[in-house]
Design a protein around this ligand. Structure first.
Ligand code: BGC
Length: 532
């Protein structure tokens, strides 16, 4: 008798899944018992993406070239030779991706708006109506499925025109251009979008763009690197200054003209690594605090208190720009929430009282300078790594860091509302069995969520959590080699294929308990995806 191929495929996948589930349970390390009910009512659970990383549709329907298109086109900038011309082709497949999110059961979706799609030449040209139609379709379709839009206005990509005309974020002109773009977004979408983040990770962006030369416009100077142009001691400070003022002006506009209509919220998103002392020495303990101030508080102090952290003022000379009193007033309390992107934790070592010689891979050049707060960061101590490795060279799995960073932000900013706007795991494994049966990613999320819930029970006002990311995408300088997705993108078909973690997230979101992970719901969800 011939076997029915459907039954055969189904039973094979059930067996595979049961095997995988046993592995999940036995390799969890700590038993991180975490369930949706451990989080407050109305908590947002979502996935996060950014425009350039998924959309593709390069120069299509009136879209203009961005800084990233330009950067990727220049030979050698991306060792992988990749670019974002097609990436996940979300521009054409967004309906499928919305269905996928709906099937996961998320109640929020964080995405960004492509500046060069909406304004191909910034404020020096017309609004591209095709882009407005595109983002309207996304917003309307997710809302129809009970998913709240959480919109980032600017996530690393901007029209190349603005770089060519005046040097992008190094120029104060970028402030007005950003506000112009933000106003177009508010006018077109703010009637339905309640959560707005102005800028994604100014602190990480300027480090990559003006110190490491790993993001456009790829500028730097010694000792950080040898670029044709740049000044790594000054330019990151200038660019952040312009980004903060751009944020504050857009936030003011939103507050005056759009916020009340939908009782909306506006915030900024910061890259938020946790830092812990390398040793028990007083100096290293101070260094860990200083690292947090020079990284996280660099962005958040101005938007909450109106000025740069006192720790930074103490060590920087006049290269740290000053805000006028009007600017301080504009910046102060210019956020309703803090967005934190948290991935990993570093050991911090003091470089003021002891010398920091940069001679191994865990050390970053120039850490004996004010820009880095005179702190050296390490990912191991006495030869022992700080956590399990991931697919990103300096990201290790340190779940407790989530609690640490949330409590740091809670205390420093008087319990302002927080959203974890990104948290994710990149697989060290590439395209093999464990890549799709990504038990390690499941364990990562369970453990980080466990410590997030602990921070909440310690009083932190956390309102949402977004997994980075929905599907493997263009991972900036690493091209398509680093994979954070719950879904795999099969090249060249661009089919979306669920990893085990997608089934887990769906299970987590639809169930009240975590211990009965062998529930048939979990298996069925994956069966459903396999048939997709
Ligand atoms: C960025 C994302 C990026 C992720 C993983 C974050 O800093 O916001 O765009 O893909 O890190 O590297």
């Amino acid at each position: 008798m011939k076997k029915n191929p459907t039954t055969c495929r189904a039973s094979r996948s059930v067996i595979l899944l049961l095997l995988a589930i046993v592995t999940v349970e036995s390799s969890t390390g700590g038993n991180f018992d975490i369930k949706r009910l451990d989080f407050p009512d109305g908590f947002l659970f979502g996935t996060a993406t950014s425009a350039y990383q998924i959309e593709g549709a390069y120069l299509e329907d009136g879209s203009g070239p961005s800084n990233w298109d330009h950067f990727a086109a220049v030979g050698g900038n991306l060792s992988t030779g990749d670019n974002g011309y097609i990436t996940d082709d979300y521009y054409h497949r967004y309906m499928e991706d919305i269905e996928i999110m709906h099937s996961l059961g998320v109640n929020a979706y964080r995405f960004s708006i492509s500046w060069s799609r909406v304004l191909p030449k910034g404020k020096f040209g017309e609004v591209n109506q095709a882009a407005i139609i595109f983002y309207n379709k996304i917003i309307d379709n997710i809302l129809l499925r009970g998913i709240q839009p959480f919109v980032t206005i600017h996530h690393f990509d901007y029209p190349q025109e603005l770089e060519d005309r005046y040097g992008g974020w190094l120029s104060p002109s970028m402030q007005e251009d950003f506000v112009y773009f933000a106003e177009i977004c508010f006018k077109n979408f703010a009637d339905r979008v309640k959560h707005w983040a102005t800028i994604n990770e100014p602190n990480l962006f300027v480090e990559m763009a003006y110190v490491r030369a790993a993001f456009p416009p790829a500028r730097c100077s010694p000792p950080y690197g040898n670029c044709a142009q740049g000044n790594s001691d000054v330019e990151p400070l200038t660019a952040v200054h312009n980004m903060l003022l751009a944020h504050a002006k857009a936030s003011k506009l939103y507050g005056e003209q759009f916020k009340l209509e939908v009782d909306g919220m506006i915030g900024i998103i910061v890259s938020a690594f946790m830092y812990i002392p390398l040793t028990d020495d007083k100096e290293d303990k101070e260094a860990a605090k200083r690292a947090l101030a020079f990284d996280v508080a660099w962005i958040l102090d101005p938007v909450v208190f109106g000025d740069y952290p006192p720790e930074m003022r103490r060590y920087h000379g006049k290269e740290l720009p000053y805000f006028s009193s009007d600017e301080r007033a504009l910046l102060r309390d210019s956020i309703d929430f803090i967005g934190i992107n948290h991935y990993s934790t570093f050991y911090a070592k003091d470089c003021i009282y002891s010398s920091c010689i940069c001679n191994d891979s865990s050390c970053t050049k120039g850490n004996d300078r004010p820009l880095r707060g005179f702190v050296s960061t390490f990912v191991e101590r006495n030869g022992v790594p700080i956590g399990e490795p991931t697919g990103m060279i300096r990201f290790f799995v340190v779940p407790k860091g989530m609690e640490g960073i949330v409590l740091y932000v809670k205390e420093r900013y008087h319990n302002k509302a927080i959203f974890v706007t990104e948290n994710g795991y990149s697989s060290p494994d590439n395209e093999d069995e464990s890549y799709q049966h990504d038990v390690k990613r499941i364990n990562f999320h369970k453990s980080y969520l466990y410590y997030l819930a602990r921070a909440i029970s310690n009083g932190a006002d956390v309102r949402g959590y977004f997994i980075w990311t929905l599907m493997d995408d263009f991972e900036w300088r690493s091209g398509y080699n680093v994979k954070f997705g719950l879904y795999r993108i099969h090249h060249p078909t661009l089919n979306r294929i669920p990893k085990l973690s997608a089934g887990w997230y769906r299970y987590f979101l639809s169930n009240t308990s975590s211990s009965d992970i062998e529930s048939s719901d979990y298996i069925l969800s994956d069966e459903k995806h396999l048939a997709y």
